[in-house]
Design a binder for this molecule. Structure first.
Ligand code: AMP
Length: 284
């Protein structure tokens, strides 16, 4: 495995094998890796000839007052994990290799979906995500890119960008990896104290309740949303940010459960803000 810093160096290292016919898999991450990242990497390893993992904490997707400065970083541990999973290239660039000084990079517009839910809670978040992901795709070139359903809205705006701009990238959506109590693995779980950690399963409980209602035949999403809000509201250390049900194809809110839909929740704990989502079964 090689650890690479420079963008041009990475591109050169990928171009050779690709032009000889190798399938390239890219797993973009912000590091502080856990089993969720590992599952994306394993999937890429099983499907591609050359696996590239990027590690970059993108300042543009953090708002003022968010956790950029305390975001967990452990490059040596991440690189060792990548090595043990059979990654070929780790790209861990300094800021100026991602955002070259004096160069105006393309800044794709996330559109209206980028202003709802996570975008409403974190203005400019998705613009920052699209800018860095577009740059990553530009540096790596044509590839299959592996993303987690854990960040379903992010996945949606990235897929839209790829379609809209006609980028030569195939997205592979990977299922959310969870702790035994249902808590979705996240680098931010490290912020949680023991009490918060014990209560953090309320997000998955809320989503599971919504799924249960759907399975039992409830079509009115207002009922599902109220149940999710109640579950999180009843958790002493959690403060509900949003609970929503959206159409998987448009990410627009749905009133009646009749098309493939996804339930999403966000909650603030004293030390971390957590998000999660679950695909809903269709009634009947
Ligand atoms: P991050 O380092 O948080 O930017 O995440 C890098 C990638 O891992 C993104 O595509 C995430 O959606 C994905 N990811 C994060 N947590 C999980 C999880 N629990 N299960 C599966 N994928 C995840």
């Amino acid at each position: 495995m090689e650890l690479i810093r420079g963008a041009a160096e990475l591109r050169a290292r990928v171009d050779g094998p690709r032009s000889a016919g190798a399938g390239v898999g890219l797993v973009p991450t912000m590091g502080a890796m856990h089993g969720g990242h590992a599952s994306l990497i394993r999937r890429a390893r099983s499907e591609q000839d050359l696996v590239v993992v990027s590690i970059f904490v993108n300042p543009l997707q953090f708002g003022p007052g968010e956790d950029l400065s305390r975001y967990p970083r452990d490059e040596a541990k991440d690189v060792a994990l990548c090595g043990s999973l059979g990654v070929d290239l780790v790209w861990a660039p300094p800021n100026e290799e991602v955002y070259p000084p004096g160069i105006v990079l393309q800044a794709p517009d996330p559109g209206p979906v980028g202003e709802t839910l996570e975008g409403a809670a974190r203005p400019s978040h998705f613009a920052g995500v699209l800018k860095v992901v577009h740059r990553l795709f530009d540096v790596v070139g044509p590839c299959a890119a592996y993303f987690g359903e854990k960040d379903a809205q992010q996945l949606f705006v990235i897929e839209r960008m790829i379609k809209g701009l006609g980028l030569p990238i195939a997205i592979v959506a990977c299922p959310t990896i969870r702790e035994p109590d249902g808590l979705a693995l996240s680098s931010r779980n490290a912020y949680l104290g023991p009490e918060e950690r014990a209560q953090a399963a309320c997000l998955f409980l809320a989503l599971s309740e919504a799924a249960g209602l759907g399975r039992a035949g409830e079509r009115d999403t207002a009922v599902l949303i109220a149940a999710m809000a109640r579950e999180i509201g009843a958790t002493p250390l959690a403060e509900l940010d949003y609970a929503a049900v959206v159409d998987v194809d448009t990410f627009e809110p749905v009133r009646t459960l009749e098309r493939p839909s996804r339930a999403l929740v966000a909650a603030r704990f004293p030390s971390a803000r957590l998000i999660d989502n679950l695909r809903l079964p269709l009634p009947g």
